[in-house]
Design a protein around this ligand. Structure first.
Ligand code: FAD
Length: 506
C-alpha cells in the first residue's frame, strides 16, 4: 500500500461563501487539522449570497456540536430561536392544521411500536390524536420550550429540537470559526475556470487576475453552479413534474410577538408560505408556481399576510427543482444550491450540505480520484435527495383541496414510483421502509401521513398480543400527564430570554 501522504490531496478550493461554502470550510478546517490539507475559499461580496435558509432540522445541531462549538454561544450570536416542529396549515383542507414534530411520538407499549398500538386503539374508537403523545408537538402548540436534556425523567425527554437561524449571521459565525483554523479566504469574482484535457479542473482565474489552483474543488457557487454546471455541464435531473413550484418571494419583518417554537408552512392558492421567527426578526416567504400566479400577485399575497414592518424585500428567487445527475465528477464536488434544490418545505437543504461534506470526508479521494469513491458518494447523496423529494411530494399529492387550479392539478400528479411503493406499504398496515441511514424516521412519515389523512387499513396483528386494556390505560394516562408537564414549562420566549439572549458579535 502506498503511503497516503505521497498521493494525498494537498489543496482544497471552495468556490462560494454562502451557507454551503462556510459549512464546508468549517468542517474542512476541523477535520483536516494536522493532515496537511490546505483550504482556500473564494467568495464575492459583490455577488453576495442567497440570504435565505433559516429553518433547520435536528442534525444541524449535531453539526454544531461535532465541530466543538458551544451551542449556547452559537444561539446567542446568531440570534437563533428553537424549533420543535413544523406547523402545517390548510394542506389537506382549508382550515385544517397538523404538526410534524421532532423526536418521538409516545413510547413502545410492551415491545410493540407505539404507532401500531395507537392504530389499534383507533380501531376500537379511542378519541385521541396521534400528536397528543408527541412531546415536541404539545410544547410547540403551547409555545413552550425546554431542551429534553433538562427533562430527563419526564415524558418531555422524548422531544427533539432544531433551530431557526439567521443565515447571514451563521455564515459569519462559521467564517470566524474556519478562518481561526487556517482557512484562507479570498475575495473576488471568478471569471474563468481552467481545466485539463481530461476535464479535471486545474485552477480558477479571478477578475483581478489572481489564479487559484487546487487538487479538489468544492463548488458552492449557488445556483450559478460555476464548476459543476457552467464548466462540466453535468446533467440536471429536473423534478418539476412532481414539484411544480418554481419561485419564491421573500421578505424579512420585525417580530410583533414572542417567537413561536415552530416553523409555519401555510398552504396558499398556488403554493405555500413560511414564517420563521428568530430572536430579532422573522423570515417570511411564499413558494409558488409561476404557471398559476404572477410575481406581483405572489408578492401582494405575501405582504398582505405577514405581520410587522417589512425590514427587507420583497425579493424574488426563481429555482428549478432537481439535482445534478452526478454531484461528484472528476475533481469537482457540488454542495449546496450548485448541486440541486428541493423546495424548503421540510427545511432540508442545510442538512444536505452537512451530509454532502460528511460523505465527502468519508469517501475522500487521493489525487488518483478513484471512480469507485465518486460513484458511492453519488449513490448515497442521490438516495438522500430522492428521499427528500418523495417526502415533500407526499405533502402535495395527498391533498383533498380542489379549490384552485394549482391544487386541482396536483391531484393529477403521479408520485415517483418510490413514493407510490411507500404509500402502498403504509396503507397496508402502517409499515415504513425505515432504513438505518434514512433522513426521515418513522414518526416523521407517520405525522405527515396522519396529518394528510392517510391512515393504514389495519394495524399489525402482532399487537393483539397486548391486552387492549393496557393500551387504553397507557393512552388515557400519558396524554394528560404530558399536557400537564408542558403547561408547567417556561414559554419559548422566556426560555430564550433567560438562557440564550441575543449577544451580537463584538
Ligand atoms: P449562495 O448562498 O447563493 O452562495 C453562493 C456563493 O457563491 C456566494 O458566496 C457567492 O458570492 C459565490 N459566488 C457565486 N458566483 C461566484 C463567482 N463567479 N465568483 C466568486 N464567488 C461566486 N434551506 C434550509 O435548510 N432551510 C430553509 O428554510 C431554506 N429555505 C430556503 C428558501 C428559499 C426560497 C431558497 C431558494 C432556499 C432555501 N433553503 C433553505 C436553501 C438554502 O438557502 C441554501 O441551501 C443555502 O443557503 C446554501 O446556499 P449556497 O451557499 O449553496 O448558495
Amino acid at each position: 500500500m502506498q503511503d497516503a501522504n505521497q498521493n494525498g490531496i494537498r489543496k482544497v478550493v471552495i468556490v462560494g461563501g454562502g451557507s454551503a461554502g462556510w459549512i464546508c470550510a468549517a468542517m474542512a478546517s476541523h477535520y483536516f487539522h494536522k493532515t496537511g490539507v490546505a483550504v482556500e475559499l473564494i467568495e464575492s461580496e459583490e455577488i453576495g449570497t442567497i440570504g435565505v435558509g433559516e429553518s433547520t432540522i435536528p442534525p444541524f445541531l449535531q453539526l454544531i456540536r461535532s465541530l466543538g462549538i458551544d451551542e449556547q454561544d452559537f444561539i446567542q450570536k446568531t440570534q437563533a430561536s428553537f424549533k420543535l416542529a413544523i406547523r402545517f396549515e390548510n394542506w389537506r383542507n382549508k382550515g385544517e392544521t397538523y404538526y410534524h414534530p421532532f423526536g418521538q411520538i409516545g413510547g413502545p407499549i410492551g415491545r410493540h411500536e407505539f404507532y401500531q398500538c395507537w392504530l389499534r386503539a383507533k380501531a376500537n374508537g379511542h378519541p385521541s390524536n396521534l400528536q397528543d403523545f408527541a412531546p415536541a408537538t404539545v410544547m410547540a402548540d403551547q409555545w413552550k420550550f425546554i431542551p429534553p436534556v433538562r427533562a430527563q425523567k419526564s415524558l418531555l425527554s422524548g422531544a427533539n429540537y432544531a433551530l431557526h437561524i439567521d443565515a447571514k449571521l451563521v455564515a459569519q459565525y462559521l467564517r470566524d470559526f474556519a478562518e481561526a483554523r487556517g482557512v484562507k479566504r479570498t475575495e473576488g469574482i471568478v471569471t474563468d475556470v481552467v481545466s485539463r484535457p481530461d476535464g479535471f479542473v486545474e485552477r480558477v482565474i479571478m477578475k483581478n487576475g489572481t489564479e487559484v489552483s487546487g487538487d479538489l474543488f468544492i463548488d458552492c457557487s449557488g445556483f450559478r453552479a460555476l464548476l459543476i454546471g457552467k464548466t462540466l455541464d453535468e446533467e440536471y435531473r429536473d423534478w418539476s413534474d412532481v414539484l411544480m413550484c418554481d419561485r419564491a418571494v421573500v421578505a424579512q419583518t420585525e417580530n410583533v410577538k414572542d417567537p413561536h417554537p415552530y416553523t409555519v408552512a401555510q398552504a396558499q392558492d398556488a403554493g405555500w408560505r413560511w414564517r420563521i421567527p428568530l430572536q430579532h426578526r422573522a423570515g417570511n416567504g411564499y413558494v409558488f408556481c409561476s404557471k398559476y400566479l404572477s410575481e406581483d400577485e405572489a408578492a401582494a399575497t405575501l405582504l398582505s399576510q405577514i405581520e410587522g414592518e417589512v425590514l427587507l424585500g420583497p425579493n424574488f428567487i426563481p429555482f428549478k427543482t432537481g439535482m445534478r445527475k452526478r454531484l461528484f465528477r472528476n475533481n469537482v464536488v457540488a454542495i449546496g444550491l450548485a448541486g440541486g434544490f428541493i423546495e424548503p418545505l421540510e427545511s432540508t437543504a442545510l442538512h444536505l450540505i452537512y451530509r454532502g461534506m460528511d460523505f465527502l470526508l468519508r469517501y475522500f479521494p487521493d489525487k488518483d480520484f478513484d471512480p469507485g469513491l465518486a460513484a458511492e458518494y453519488n449513490r448515497r447523496m442521490t438516495m438522500d435527495y430522492e428521499e427528500i423529494r418523495d417526502f415533500i411530494v407526499l405533502h402535495y399529492v395527498t391533498t383533498q383541496r380542489d379549490d384552485t387550479p394549482f391544487w386541482r392539478d396536483y391531484q393529477a400528479v403521479v408520485p415517483p414510483e418510490s413514493l407510490r411503493e411507500r404509500l402502498e406499504l403504509f396503507r397496508a398496515s402502517g409499515l415504513l421502509r425505515d432504513g438505518v441511514d434514512d433522513m426521515f424516521r418513522a414518526p416523521s412519515w407517520q405525522s405527515v401521513m396522519e396529518g394528510m389523512g392517510v391512515r393504514p387499513r389495519r394495524y399489525q396483528q402482532l399487537v393483539d398480543a397486548v391486552p387492549y386494556a393496557v393500551i387504553q390505560q397507557t393512552l388515557d394516562q400519558s396524554a394528560p400527564i404530558l399536557k400537564a408537564q408542558v403547561a408547567a414549562l417556561p414559554s419559548h420566549g422566556e426560555f430564550l430570554a433567560e438562557h440564550c439572549p441575543a449577544a451580537p458579535f463584538q
